[in-house]
Design a protein around this ligand. Structure first.
Ligand code: UD1
Ligand code: CA
Length: 456
């Protein structure tokens, strides 16, 4: 069964109090509209049309890369008018699915369930039972419980307003039927709009059955209208992601204090995640990984048995098996650590490879550097990689020992098993196996006296 999904996304979203169109606001770093498009694109044999309008330029600028057909609705004259704009994409034998661009949590399974209700003589309508249905169109049923029409909140009588079954706006219907009803919509109602919801009454007149389905919970169909709902849905979405990870064998100290703003490409078992961890971009995590509190990790691969202690910021890096990082470490883009590397507190590593078992434990900056295996880099070591114009490379070969407070002025090489004396400024190659140091000789001055305060 071929489907065409029409996503209505032209509305302004006044209550967001924003200069940006509502559908560009984000849940987990992804635009509301993109969440909906991602769901529709998972349907088999589907094409997706987006009806956009408010903030058209901004919408296209930010989301034109989405694989959808864009249709502009220049004036927003109602949901029925919005669907009319897409009429050229409505095939007679297609099933048309109407979604809203500001309802990001709708599940694929719910949509698939609704699509199964559609037939030559039946239409699928997603409804929701609400504690407070105000603002929603109300589902009017006859004495047999059959849906006969939808009444908009603004057009509803007090008795109709008491109905708690609300219209989610999500509908699935045969294309030929839909086109026929769209052509007959009128705007003689309280808002002077072309209501898509009027098709329900027409369908009933045409002898069709309105088959209803409900979502698992109301958040799934919640349309975002203001910042409170945006924050609420962000937490609901994050909770879902944490639940999914827990069912894959991840432990959270507190699943309420976890954020995934991207995708986890793979994750092993027995991963432990402490509070306030934010994972962004594309992340891969092996088994038995521990991530401490307050870590922000972006676009990174973390292999098995890695331990990340609290307060680390890691971006675009690779952490080989059994590495131990932090607390307070910063791995910047291009940090590549082989197995069993130790990076301690207040260490910054950028665009550098550190081979197996090396240690950089305290207060260092390592940039544009190749560090061999079994290297020990003492506290306060700095690679001086930048001359104000160009970046230069430092090479530290296997087994080298860099004394504390050393400055390595790049380009420079420290040979295999070389030792650098503490406090050195290394500007030329330090040979293999030798001790190299640059240090003024220590002197003690005989007969020297501390100055004393003169009595006045
Ligand atoms: C609509 C439904 C209502 C339902 C509610 C659920 C109609 C007439 N009413 O009401 O029954 O309970 O949604 O939230 O359908 N849009 C356009 N172009 C327009 C108008 C709207 O693209 O001209 C888009 C909006 O961007 C939004 C969606 O359609 O994504 C719904 O519009 P909105 O104004 O929120 O509809 P409601 O009046 O809330
Ligand atoms: Ca709405």
């Amino acid at each position: 069964m071929a489907t065409t999904t029409i996503i209505l996304a032209a509305g302004q979203g006044t209550r967001m109090q924003s200069s940006r169109p509502k559908i560009l606001h984000k849940i987990a770093d992804k635009a509301l509209l993109e969440h909906v498009v991602d769901t529709s694109r998972q349907l088999q044999d589907n094409k997706t049309v987006v009806v956009y309008g408010h903030g058209a330029e901004q919408v296209l600028q930010e989301l034109q890369h989405l694989a959808v057909q864009w249709i502009e609705q220049e004036q927003q004259l109602g949901t029925g008018h919005a669907v009319q704009q897409a009429v050229q994409f409505i095939g007679d034998d297609d099933t048309i699915l109407i979604l809203y661009g500001d309802v990001p949590l709708l599940k694929l399974a719910t949509v698939q369930g609704l699509l199964q209700q559609v037939g030559e003589n039946s239409l699928g309508l997603l409804t929701v039972d609400l504690d407070d249905p105000s603002g929603y169109g109300r589902i009017i049923r006859d004495e047999n419980g059959q849906v006969i029409r939808i009444v908009e909140d603004k057009d509803a009588s007090p008795e109709q307003k008491a109905i708690t079954e609300g219209n989610t706006g999500i509908i699935a219907v045969n294309g030929r039927r839909l086109k026929n009803w769209l052509a007959r919509l009128e705007n003689d109602n309280a808002q002077g709009e072309y209501y898509l919801t009027d098709i329900i009454e027409m369908a009933v007149e045409d002898g069709m059955t309105i088959a209803t389905a409900q979502p698992d919970n109301a958040d799934e169909v919640l349309g975002i209208n203001d910042r409170r709902q945006l924050a609420h849905i962000e937490r609901a979405y994050q909770r879902q992601q944490a639940e999914a990870l827990m069912s894959q064998g991840v432990s959270f100290r507190d699943p309420q204090r976890f954020d995934l703003r991207g995708t986890i490409k793979s994750i092993g078992r027995d991963v432990e995640i402490d509070v306030n961890v934010v994972l962004s971009g594309e992340i891969s995590i092996g088994s038995n990984v521990k991530i401490g509190a307050n870590c922000c990790i972006t676009d990174t691969v973390i292999e098995d048995d890695v331990e990340i202690l609290p307060n680390c910021v890691i971006e675009n890096s690779f952490l080989g098996a059994a590495c131990c990082i932090g607390p307070f470490a910063r791995l910047r883009p291009g940090a590549r650590l082989d197995r069993q590397v130790k990076v301690g507190n207040f260490v910054e590593i950028k665009k550098s490879r550190v081979a197996q078992g090396s240690k950089i434990n305290h207060l260092s900056y390592i940039g544009d550097t190749l560090v061999g295996s079994g290297v020990n880099i003492g506290a306060g070591t700095i690679t001086c990689n930048y001359d104000g114009v160009n970046k230069h490379q430092t090479i530290i070969e296997d087994g080298a020992f860099i004394g504390s407070n050393t400055q390595l002025v790049a380009p420079v090489t420290v040979g295999k098993n070389a030792t650098i004396g503490a406090g050195s400024i290394i500007t030329r190659a330090a040979p293999t196996e030798k001790l190299t140091l640059t240090r003024a000789k220590q002197v003690s001055v005989e007969g020297w006296q501390r100055p004393v305060k003169q009595e006045k």
